[in-house]
Unconditional design. Structure first.
Length: 291
């Protein structure tokens, strides 16, 4: 049914742009404020849809104004909404983002995202088993993520697990994912404070480390492979990791091998940081071909 099914969060991002990030106890005057669509799940879905994939989504919003705007946005970007529940009396997830010098600090209030339950997953089993690839992050309850990983491994549906934001998970559950895409903080959180190269070597062609503008690395069973990032003028890094994951899913669903898939994802992520907002700079297929 779908090339890619994202199961995850939907947030309204409240972005405060400031030259100076406030210290503890400090008040600063910022430059501008904007509300834009976000949430790691929604961002990854939009990244994949912009690149031409048929994308479905399982998640929850509240019955509030933010929820309505976020759903309109997803629909406008071509993401199918039939797996999204609108929960009465709940608030849609929000993220407060301080953006300074192109880099962000984020606080997420999950709201309806925390009600993406196993029962909701059970209502959409057919959607999951008929998708070519499932993509997960950790902004919905971890027990739901673990449930989906188990389900997908039983049904042989490949999964990308983007373990962000860092959270504790059962070790055997993590490994049910086909691909795991932590950043440098998350890999240590999940696999312990060891040399990252040794961790990558233990999970060849499965564990893909994202390294921001430096690119990404994985072990191919024989050697460590590093795929270089692309130098660009950075406006906002918010959503770069999500663009990487959405694009990676598209590349795998199209049958690209892991090196080609990571190159494709790196390129998409680099373009994404050149505009404001998590989804603002996400490229379309033609942008990638022309870059
Ligand atoms: O990865 C970026 C996203 O993290 C933002 O859009 C924000 O909503 C938080 O979920």
């Amino acid at each position: 049914m779908y090339d890619i099914l994202v199961i995850g969060s939907i947030n309204a991002d409240l972005v405060f742009h400031t030259d100076k990030r406030p210290e503890v106890g400090e008040t600063v005057l910022g430059n501008s404020f904007i509300t834009v669509p976000g949430g790691k799940g929604a961002n990854q879905a939009v990244a994949a849809a912009r690149l031409g994939a048929k994308v479905g989504f399982i998640g929850c919003v509240g019955d509030d104004a933010n929820g309505r705007v976020m759903l309109e946005n997803l629909q406008g970007q071509g993401v199918d909404l039939q797996g999204i529940s609108i929960l009465r009396g709940m608030s849609t997830g929000v993220a407060g983002i301080v953006l300074s010098g192109g880099e962000n600090s984020i606080i997420v209030i999950p709201g309806a995202n925390h009600l993406v339950s196993k029962a909701i997953i059970d209502e959409h089993i057919e959607m999951i088993s008929s998708s070519r690839m499932v993509v997960l992050q950790l902004e919905i309850p971890i027990e739901t993520v673990e449930y989906v990983l188990d389900l997908c491994s039983k049904k042989n549906v490949p999964v990308i697990l983007n373990p962000a934001p860092a959270a504790d998970m059962e070790a055997d559950s993590i490994l049910k994912a086909t691909y795991i895409t932590p950043n440098e903080t998350e890999v240590i959180h999940l696999f312990g404070n060891r040399k990252v190269e040794d961790i990558l070597k233990e999970y060849p062609n499965k564990l893909i480390l994202t390294q921001g503008k430096k690119g990404a690395s994985f072990h191919d069973g024989d050697k460590l492979i590093h795929v270089e990032g692309h130098p660009v003028k950075t406006v906002d890094t918010t959503g770069a990791g999500d663009t990487f994951n959405g694009a990676l899913a598209v590349a795998f669903a199209e049958g690209k091998d892991i090196i080609k898939a990571v190159e494709f994802a790196n390129k998409a992520a680099a373009i994404s940081v050149t505009k404001l907002g998590a989804q603002g700079g996400m490229p379309r297929r033609e942008d990638l071909n022309n870059s």
